[in-house]
Write a protein that binds this ligand. Sequence first.
Ligand SMILES: *Cc1c(COP(=O)(O)O)cnc(C)c1O
Length: 237
Amino acid sequence: MEAMTIRQRIEETENTITRICKESGRDRSEVTLIAVSKTKPVSMLEEAYAAGSRDFGENKVQELTEKYEILPKDIRWHMIGHLQRNKVKYLIGKVFLIHSVDSLRLAQEISKESVKKNVTTSILVEVNVAGEQSKFGLFTENEVIELVTQVAALPGIAVKGLMTIAPYVENAENNRQYFRALKQLSVDIMRKNIDNVSMDVLSMGMTGDYEVAVSEGATYVRVGTGIFGERDYTVSV
Ligand SMILES: *Cc1c(COP(=O)(O)O)cnc(C)c1O
């Protein structure tokens, strides 16, 4: 069998999202597919761009900013990986949404650099819903709410919602509980009407489990392997 092209994989993924939206009574326009292009060469991103992708996800600051310089400026770049504070300054003004804010110190750095550049940076608070220690991993629900409140009070930052990375599982159904918990947490936070906080964005679901995530309310799904194929971490890009 011929291998599918990037265009075909994107179309298939978009069609699947459309089907799940229909089945779960959701408006298709609520869900955006992020093409997770980490480790992949620019030529592959150009193929995805030609097929209509405008949202790309990267997990390293240097790789994101290098690709940003080369590729068209209407791309929305999503930082989805762990972010070090000393790299924040390179990202601000280029990134559309930072999905991975998990501490006040990181948020303070984003705030500082955003104010310096006179921009507002949109962020999501990353929640470890599948943690062992408590329902929300590193955070209890109250700690998440406290972090959201503190981050929202910083200048130059807009809190748009929550993000989670579910565990790797053979059966995606096993992650439904976590997606549901993240959705519920976002509803609870929304009800608190915290200044400068919207909970419109839920970033959850990857190649193996994005269908379940969409049916539980994801607004962004982050799909890498399903679009670009397996990643090879032994070659540099
Ligand atoms: C790599 C990555 C993805 C994409 O994973 P796939 O299984 O290849 O779809 C999604 N989210 C995050 C945070 C990632 O680091």
